[in-house]
Write a protein that binds this ligand. Structure first.
Ligand code: ZN
Length: 161
């Protein structure tokens, strides 16, 4: 039964409200995570609590339990001069910077209008309801090392980093 400290292998398919597939993993290359460590969105983690091998679930996760609501404060207009000299700046590019609370965020460049660069630090799935189709393939107890690191080390528990 899935509980905190269980390493879980999942097959899943993630779709949005219009049924578009955003992400998936199958039994050949399952997705592995450490339950209770916040490696997956809270809504899915809660839904999987207590599940057993072979269980199949359809889980819809509201933004608050997923990647959060879109935060308008993370949509900013900055000046070209704030980027390093000679930096190539085009719509669609991503870069890492500090958010308003000093957190590490990935910003995407939405648009370039002369000297004004429109950027967005929201997670691409912020504001989206997430529809998961999951199947619990297998599970095992996490190793001491995994518990210490707060993440799973792959299906067979070997160290990959
Ligand atoms: Zn590790």
């Amino acid at each position: 039964m899935i509980k905190n400290g269980t390493v879980v292998n999942l097959a899943y398919r993630l779709t949005n409200d219009s049924g578009e597939v955003l992400d998936q993993a199958d039994s050949k290359e399952p997705f592995t995570y450490l339950h209770g460590s916040g490696q997956i969105v809270p809504g899915l983690e809660n839904a999987l609590e207590g599940a057993q091998v072979g269980d199949k679930k359809k889980v819809s996760v509201a933004p608050a339990e997923g990647y959060g609501e879109k935060n308008p404060e993370l949509k900013l207009v900055v000046k070209r001069s704030q980027f390093p000299a000679g930096a190539k700046i085009t719509a669609g590019m991503q870069f890492q910077a500090n958010g308003p609370e000093g957190e590490d965020l990935v910003f995407k460049i939405d648009a370039v209008e002369g000297d004004n660069i429109h950027i967005d630090g929201n997670h691409p799935l912020a504001g989206c309801t997430l529809h998961f189709d999951v199947e619990v393939l297998s599970m095992r107890q996490a190793t001491e090392e995994e518990l210490e690191h707060g993440h799973a080390h792959g299906e067979d528990g070997h160290h990959h980093h």
